[in-house]
Design a protein around this ligand. Structure first.
Ligand SMILES: Nc1ncnc2c1ncn2[C@@H]1O[C@H](COP(=O)(O)OP(=O)(O)OP(=O)(O)O)[C@@H](O)[C@H]1O
Ligand SMILES: [Mg+2]
Length: 416
């Protein structure tokens, strides 16, 4: 019997989502009180509301999972205050997600010797809305030949915003005519031109703390069919690199909950998109992988709170750069970066800790996912997402995939 008790509150900063928060709340209840080294730890979660705050206010939540700050700036500023004033643990910290977008991730990965396709940043197409622009541009903007840049990269190429997100402004450019149309359309967006990778597989890695799931992604399919359930679709070497690169970039920027995109050709892994502050975790996208994702979110939050894990707002890049500057091979560098990333995420300790203290969770989640309550959640989500005449078809699709996940856990699903 534990002598002391410690209550932990997890804050959920939510937008329009209902499916995963309900699953998270349920799975967190399954954690139950944990007796760790003579203290009883009790965990609960709360959906946070948005209201005026004093910068000196205390914060009740030890950890916050943020799904809002990438577009709603009042909660973003509250998160910064919570991190600096109250040391609240954040999934994710706006300090790096706001300032380190896709372009920064490209730069960091290039510095580490990773295989980012050739990428050029061109100046804005339209004038910048600032009274100093005309003078500055006339004096300092050097004329450039877009056609020459594109020809050097080679067609087809991709033109896309430097910060990415939601396929906004992304064009596949096949020839000079496409090139000028895409650039004219870019207007006030700042654009990269990027060499096309002629890939065999699109690997999408969802990472939560030290857990990473690499999934076979088909961007050309409708949303409900984009994540294919294909195990071992990459070679052993490419699969290992995909996990390593994801964990390394996340550790480098202190990103905790992120989705990364890699194009894979043979054994070569080319990272193309690495900064998703609010990764897609909808049951209607992840289906088969949804129980894993939400359970991982519960496990990592629990681990961070109960072990008193801390992170800093400042980064520790020099240790990575020392490896980058050494004369090791690509594979040796990847191993050395991964060792730093595993140190950052306490990967080994996390898995041991989960085995010791959360050993009951996977079984309970599998039972819940195969039961009526989860099915109700699925029905509600499908009703809220699809038009009436498509609901039956989608429900059958998602029930089939989730049922497959339950069977793959080696347990017989309960009857509905
Ligand atoms: N270099 C490339 N080679 C081949 N295909 C690419 C390349 N860059 C982008 N694409 C294709 O364009 C899509 C969108 O590009 P990217 O992911 O970089 O932009 P995004 O705005 O972040 O899109 P999203 O938010 O949908 O991921 C990719 O999913 C991929 O299918
Ligand atoms: Mg992308």
């Amino acid at each position: 019997m534990a002598a002391k008790t410690h209550d932990h509150l997890i804050g959920l900063l939510l937008g329009a989502e209902e499916d995963w928060p309900q699953a998270f709340e349920q799975i967190l209840r399954f954690v139950g009180p944990l007796d760790v080294d003579g203290t009883e730890h009790r965990l609960a979660s709360e959906r946070l509301t948005i209201e005026p705050f004093d910068l000196r206010d205390p914060v009740r939540t030890g950890l916050v999972i943020d799904r809002l700050a990438h577009w709603y700036f009042h909660p973003r500023e509250w998160l910064k205050k919570a991190a600096l004033v109250n040391r609240t643990y954040l999934l994710n910290s706006p300090f790096t997600f706001q300032s380190m977008e896709k372009h920064s991730a490209y730069c960091a990965m290039i510095r580490l010797g990773l295989k980012v396709p050739e990428t050029i940043l061109v100046p804005y197409k339209n004038p910048v809305d600032n009274h100093r622009w005309a003078y500055t541009s006339a004096r300092y903007n050097k004329p450039f030949d877009l056609d020459v840049i594109a020809a050097e990269i080679g067609y087809p190429l991709y033109m896309k915003p430097f910060d990415g997100g939601g396929w906004r402004g992304v064009s596949r450019v096949n020839d000079p005519r496409d090139l000028h149309m895409a650039y004219d359309d870019s207007g006030e967006m700042l654009m990269h031109l990027q060499a096309t990778v002629d890939y065999d597989h699109f690997a999408r890695a969802l990472s939560i703390g030290p857990e990473t799931m690499v999934m076979d992604f088909r961007p050309e399919e409708p949303m409900h069919r984009r994540y294919h359930v294909t195990h071992s679709f990459l070679s052993a070497s490419a699969g290992k690199q995909a996990v390593a690169v994801s964990r390394i970039v996340n550790a480098f920027f202190h990103w905790e909950f992120n989705s990364a995109e890699m194009l894979v050709k043979g054994d070569e892994v080319y990272p193309i998109d690495y900064a998703n502050a609010c990764p897609d975790v909808a049951v209607t996208s992840l289906h088969y992988y949804f129980p894993w994702a939400i359970t991982a979110l519960v496990k990592w939050s629990t681990y961070c709170l109960v072990t008193g894990r801390r992170t800093n707002v400042d980064l520790d890049t020099s240790r990575y750069f020392e490896i980058a500057d050494s004369d090791r091979s690509y594979d040796e560098k990847l191993d050395a970066y991964l060792a730093l990333a595993d140190e950052h995420f306490e990967t080994e300790r996390y898995h041991e800790w989960c085995a010791k203290h959360l050993g009951h969770l996977d079984e309970l989640v599998a039972q819940w996912v195969s039961g009526r309550d989860f099915d109700r959640l699925l029905v509600e989500t499908v009703r809220a997402t699809y038009p009436t005449h498509e609901q039956e078809q989608f429900l059958a699709h998602f029930r089939g995939l989730v049922g497959m996940w339950v069977r793959d856990q080696g347990r017989v699903p309960a009857t509905q």
